[in-house]
Write a protein that binds this ligand. Structure first.
Ligand SMILES: Nc1ncnc2c1ncn2[C@@H]1O[C@H](COP(=O)(O)OP(=O)(O)OP(=O)(O)O)[C@@H](O)[C@H]1O
Length: 875
């Protein structure tokens, strides 16, 4: 047996092998050692007496699913190896085979809590200059593919799909695999590609070779691991990320669209706010929409019209909601039909769901016919399928499909005959029992049945002397009773058991015929599911828009943006409408940048996020939290908000900040939205301020993307004088009796003070410390000789973008001089030379610097020296 085990295990070296032995799945060797730890099972051994006993542990086959789920959720694969023949009939070793490899990306038996989430398996190939990318959800049959230009685009797709597993061939560059691993994604390699008619069918709409290659790779992996029908997979559809509003990985994360940064959960996200869907399909579609807001105005308007219609028709909306609640997960039910894992209860759910469709159609037809025309056209209620199920299956079928009791009486004559035979047989047995009691005079004589001995007559020991010994044959002895049969009973038993066996076998056959019939309707069911899911999301938007008083936004064809009394939808929901202070965002055509100043905690970040979420809500077709709103359709959103360290990539906070800013500066267009929250604060003040100013100027002069830039560098507010498209705004706060009161209100012009010490006070810092900080602040303010780095137009002559980049990369001094208004090296020196400004500590550092013998130092020595200086300066 261990030889057989090893031969199978060798084929699945990277998976836990669940090896079926009777009623258990056993694991051996390293699998057992590791599996027992991960699953908290007792580790035992096989052949204890041998020199090297084999480690072993096991799980009951009936409870296996939960153990498999634990391992797969932890990112492992599980190969399920079954006995392929009846051990009683097998000659020699029982034949065993792996019937399925369960992996994180192919897991389809999800729990109810995951019903509103897709589980995507992705695949990737590379052909020198672009990536072929594909993904599928095996439980719903969705199959999509795209060609992606670069590494970042792949990472964006992978993160937005939240895939747990990516299938690659050997063309994919190593660094990408390492990144995927670092993100906790399982990388599976598939070498062999399958030639099959199913694969040809699913890839027939694809033109590009690379698309065909990647979808074939994905399907090959699915076929080799799943070993079951893939009839429900939909023909591969090409999608273009460029058709959707683009947000990079960090923006999606920072804006908490679907995942809460702190908890990793849905609660507190935009998805959580907008999700009033009634079906699992709707829930999944809503998440997909939030990941991919639209760019096409007509498509957005179609959704808006539908939301508006449902918003205006309360009763019809209520009816639709009642009907949608009764619609089960059609997509996943179709998947189970294809896999052959569907049972009677699933079919009844399918039938019940289909019965709702005519009602939904009726309600929709009472609304504006044009608005819902396309959805109505997609809604085929599949009445033939519903009728077939209703005719065949009892209304409350058992879970098992092999034990009978699921087909209706009257559905099939032969089955009725068997059932009659069973029923008559039972009556006959009841008569026999009465007759034998009478003959023997034993009142508690009874007729019973068990699987081993069949039907028997049971007589208690005290009555044994009364039995007719010539007719009664002993079958079994119990402590208090004996069990007998009679020739007559034996004959009838054969007939009854035969009828029973034949009836369950026939029921199963009828069930599989029905399943095959439903299978032919899978594509119709999937199309219907799409329409139902869309309707569900639309009604969800209508509900939320009504509950929170949202307004329908208008889209401008130029760059005019005006939001009146806008709110942050999630913060407003959490704190209540009364508490939230609404704010306008006014950025007409000639305003590119809003420079936002104001104390800490006043609401700068909230204001910026508020605009981004409003844009996203508008472009998914929902109404928005404002009194009125008009805005252009944005092509991309870039954010640099908060200090989210990218520990995985091993970068420092400041490095990540610069990379994200650079990403925005290199990809944004005049149709993009940029949110920069306190750029530059992660480094020394002058460096940070210089960078911040240079970035603002760059956006202003070269990119023209609508930009919100918050800062604590008050010096930057002077930029308004020279940058025509920049406006200062600030978040108001007032001092009252020495305390700071936040107004959370955006007002025109720059903030007058920073109030950092007040905020420290609010945080509960000791009075002594605060007083000292106040003294230092006063000293600094008095000696205020700070540089005002106003951006003189002559200093920041516009440079073509490519030249600016070259200058940055090469660090050429002449180019830098032309392209930036940052303080030049001479200016910096003059700072140090001016003895009145330099404090004594700084003076000592300058002396150190002058005397330092660089040639005698290692880079590490230099680091240490710089560190010491920083300490001296009190950093
Ligand atoms: N418009 C508003 N109405 C009511 N409360 C608000 C509003 N805006 C922000 N707040 C509250 O103020 C808190 C602080 O807001 P936010 O984080 O946006 O401040 P900030 O100015 O960006 O602070 P920092 O400069 O320290 O990053 C929020 O958590 C929220 O509770």
């Amino acid at each position: 047996m261990m030889e057989q085990y090893q031969a199978i295990k060798d084929q699945y070296p990277d998976a836990f092998l669940f090896y079926r032995l009777g009623d258990f799945y056993e694991m051996f060797n390293e699998d057992a050692v590791k599996g027992s730890q991960l699953l908290e099972l007792t580790l035992t051994t096989r052949s204890h007496s041998a020199k090297n006993p084999i480690p072993m542990c096991g799980v009951p086959h009936k409870a296996a699913q939960s153990y498999i789920d634990i391992l797969v959720d932890k990112g492992y694969k599980v190969a399920i190896c079954e006995q392929m023949e009846d051990p009683k009939l097998a000659k020699g070793m029982v034949k065993r085979e792996v019937i399925r490899l369960v992996t994180p990306g192919t897991q389809t038996d999800s729990s109810a809590s995951e019903a509103k989430e897709n589980n995507y398996l992705t695949a990737l190939t590379f052909n020198d200059n672009q990536y072929g990318f594909a993904y599928t959800d095996l439980s719903t049959g969705e199959l999509k593919t795209s060609l992606l230009a670069d590494f970042d685009a792949v990472l964006n797709e992978v993160t937005s799909l939240q895939t747990k597993e990516i299938v690659v061939d050997d063309s994919v560059p190593e660094p990408l695999l390492a990144q995927a691993n670092a993100l906790g994604i399982l990388v599976s390699t598939q070498v062999e590609t399958i030639e099959a008619s199913e694969v040809n069918y699913l890839t027939q709409d694809l033109d590009a070779d690379l698309s065909k290659r990647v979808v074939t790779l994905l399907l090959s992996y699915v076929t080799t691991t799943q070993k079951r029908s893939l009839a429900h997979l939909q023909r591969a559809v090409v999608y273009e990320p460029a058709y959707f509003l683009k947000m990079d990985r960090s923006s999606q994360r920072n804006l908490e669209l679907t995942t809460n940064i702190r908890t990793g959960k849905k609660s507190g996200t935009l998805l959580w706010l907008l999700d009033e869907t009634k079906t699992a399909m709707g829930g999944r579609l809503l998440k997909q929409w939030l990941d991919r807001p639209l760019l096409n105005k007509a498509a957005i308007l179609t959704r808006q019209n539908q939301v508006s219609e449902l918003l205006d028709h309360y009763f019809e909306r209520n009816n639709l909601q009642d009907d949608l609640v009764e619609v089960y997960d059609l997509e996943r039910l179709a998947g189970r039909v294809a896999f052959g894992s569907v049972n009677g209860r699933d079919l009844i759910q399918l039938m019940t769901s289909l019965r709702q469709i005519p009602k939904i159609q009726h309600t929709l037809s009472e609304l504006d016919p044009e608005t819902f025309k396309s959805l109505l056209n997609q809604m085929d209620p599949c009445l033939d399928v519903a009728d077939a199920i209703e005719e065949a299956i009892v209304s409350d079928p058992p879970i098992s499909v092999t034990d009978g009791g699921l087909i209706r009486d009257g559905y099939q004559p032969q089955l009725d005959q068997y059932r009659d035979a069973m029923k008559n047989g039972k009556q006959w047995l009841a008569n026999l029992e009465a007759q034998e009691r009478e003959i023997t005079g034993i009142n508690n004589l009874k007729i019973g049945f068990n699987h081993v001995f069949g039907y028997y007559i049971e007589v208690t020991k005290v009555n044994l002397d009364k039995i007719p010994k010539d007719r009664y044959e002993r079958k079994q002895t119990l402590t208090n009773a004996e069990r007998f049969s009679t020739p007559e009973l034996k004959e009838k038993e054969a007939l009854i058991l035969e009828a029973q066996e034949k009836s369950t076998a026939l029921e199963y056959e009828l069930f599989t015929q029905l399943r095959e019939l439903v299978k032919t309707a899978i594509q119709r069911l999937q199309k219907l599911a799409q329409a139902v899911a869309t309707l569900d999301v639309i009604q969800s938007f209508a509900v939320v828009s009504e509950d929170f008083h949202y307004v329908r936004p208008d889209f401008t064809d130029d760059h005019d943006l005006e939001i009146v009394e806008g709110r942050h939808p999630v913060v407003e929901k959490v704190m209540g409408r009364q508490q939230y202070v609404p704010n306008d965002v006014t950025m007409p055509n000639d305003t590119t940048i809003l420079l936002i100043t104001g104390p800490n905690m006043s609401g700068k970040s909230t204001y910026m996020r508020q605009l981004a979420l409003t844009v996203i809500m508008a472009q998914v077709g929902c109404f928005v939290p404002a009194k009125s709103a008009k805005m252009p359709i944005f092509d991309q959103i870039f954010t640099r908000i908060g200090a989210a360290d990218d520990l995985i990539s091993g970068q420092s906070t400041f490095m990540v900040e610069m990379q994200e800013a650079n990403n925005a500066l290199s990809h944004a267009t005049e149709n993009s939205l940029i949110l920069f929250d306190e750029i530059g604060r992660g480094t020394a003040t002058y460096d940070g301020m210089s960078l911040a100013q240079a970035i603002i100027e760059f956006v202003h002069d070269h990119i023209h993307a609508k930009t919100l830039f918050s800062t604590h560098y008050h010096e930057l507010t002077a930029l308004e004088e020279n940058l025509a498209e920049l406006q200062n705004v600030h978040v108001g706060a007032v001092e009252k009796d020495g305390d700071l009161v936040f107004l959370h209100q955006i007002q025109a012009g720059p903030a007058d003070k920073s109030y950092g010490i007040h905020v420290a006070k609010l945080a509960g810092m000791p009075d002594k410390l605060l007083n000292r900080a106040d003294v230092i602040l006063k000293q600094l303010e008095n000696s205020d000789d700070q540089q005002k780095i106003a951006a003189e137009p002559n200093q920041r002559e516009a440079l073509p973008v490519d030249q600016v980049e070259t200058a940055e990369v090469k660090g050429e001094p002449e180019a830098a001089e032309q392209g930036s208004s940052m303080p030049q090296s001479d200016e910096q020196l003059s700072l140090f030379n001016d003895a009145e400004v330099v404090n004594p500590k700084a003076q000592r550092i300058i002396e150190d610097l002058k005397t330092l013998n660089l040639m005698a130092l290692t880079p590490m020595d230099v680091m240490n020296q710089v560190y010491k200086w920083q300490q001296k300066m009190g950093r």
